[in-house]
Design a protein around this ligand. Structure first.
Ligand SMILES: Nc1nc2c(ncn2[C@@H]2O[C@H](COP(=O)(O)OP(=O)(O)OP(=O)(O)O)[C@@H](O)[C@H]2O)c(=O)[nH]1
Ligand SMILES: [Mg+2]
Length: 258
């Protein structure tokens, strides 16, 4: 388990990394909702890193304008599409430029509630390497439509069984916090950042746990998207996640393939 023992006066730098593509309807309100959580994280220094895939809408212009007046706001212009590429570029920026102690990974469309950030971060301060927001633990509220609840419950259960993953109940939602050390310990070459479906999100979590991260889960509130449009391509994601599950299951039983 990593420790975050720093000089007592040094604030811990918390970087909330959110990948975006065409989020002009959400981004300004989202950034200020995240930064408002600074009030609930005394002793920490909160930053928001928007890792935008060169959106054709006004997302970048809005973030640039915010960054000009607020040193806690950062824009990373990610030239390649895919949520994985956004996450990787955002994490790199947070580590290299902000020297972040903690990385928080979340969506920028208010499906993940900024109000849950302090509990994710506190779980790390209490000793975990990795805190996972889960819709499947006591206290969680899931306001998604029924078909989405069924899909996510099915995908999570299937992957857990195929991988023999017992420590966590939530693999697919991109709402987590982890220490700098846990991220650096991960074999980053084993995460398919370039995949255009969202499969990098579950695989990142699995690889982090495989690399020895001590994980804990916290309850979360999940909302349906209220503004903007979804970039999720369900069939592709389901195909990729199933393939990952089958490959991992095979490797567990027979040794590495492909
Ligand atoms: N950098 C980057 N971010 C992306 C890309 N595609 C989606 N995102 C962001 O990733 C987050 C999740 O994408 P969503 O479209 O909300 O996917 P979802 O939450 O599974 O689907 P909905 O429930 O319908 O919203 C959002 O913040 C998006 O703006 C991409 O290609 N690159
Ligand atoms: Mg969404």
């Amino acid at each position: 388990m990593s420790t975050m023992t720093l000089a007592s006066s040094a604030p811990r730098v918390i970087a909330v990394v959110c990948p975006t593509y065409d989020e002009q309807e959400n981004i300004e309100e989202f950034v200020s909702a995240v930064l408002a959580e600074q009030a609930n994280l005394p002793g920490d220094e909160l930053h928001v890193v928007v890792a935008d895939a060169h959106s054709p809408d006004r997302t970048q212009a809005i973030v640039q304008a915010l960054a000009r007046t607020d040193p806690g706001v950062h824009l990373v212009d990610v030239r390649e599409r895919g949520i994985g590429m956004g996450l990787r570029a955002g994490f790199d920026y947070a580590l290299d430029t902000l020297h972040a102690d903690v990385l928080v990974e979340m969506d920028a469309d208010f499906q993940h509630s900024p109000a849950d950030i302090p509990r994710l971060v506190h779980a790390l301060h209490d000793g975990a390497d990795l805190a996972v927001g889960s819709r499947f633990v006591a206290g969680s509220v899931n306001r998604m439509p029924l078909y989405r609840k069924v899909l996510s419950a099915g995908a999570n259960q299937l992957i857990r069984v195929m991988l023999g993953l017992h420590g966590v109940t939530e693999i697919t939602t991109s709402y987590r916090a982890f220490t700098r050390a846990a991220y650096l310990r991960l074999d980053r070459g084993s995460v398919p950042w370039h995949e255009k479906s969202f499969v990098a999100v579950p695989i990142l979590l699995v690889r982090m746990i495989e690399s020895g991260a001590h994980a804990t889960e916290i309850s979360m509130t999940m909302h349906p998207r209220a503004r903007g449009y979804s970039k999720m391509i369900y069939l592709r994601y389901m195909r990729d996640i199933l393939w990952f599950g089958v490959k991992s299951c095979w490797e567990r039983l027979r040794g590495p393939v492909l």
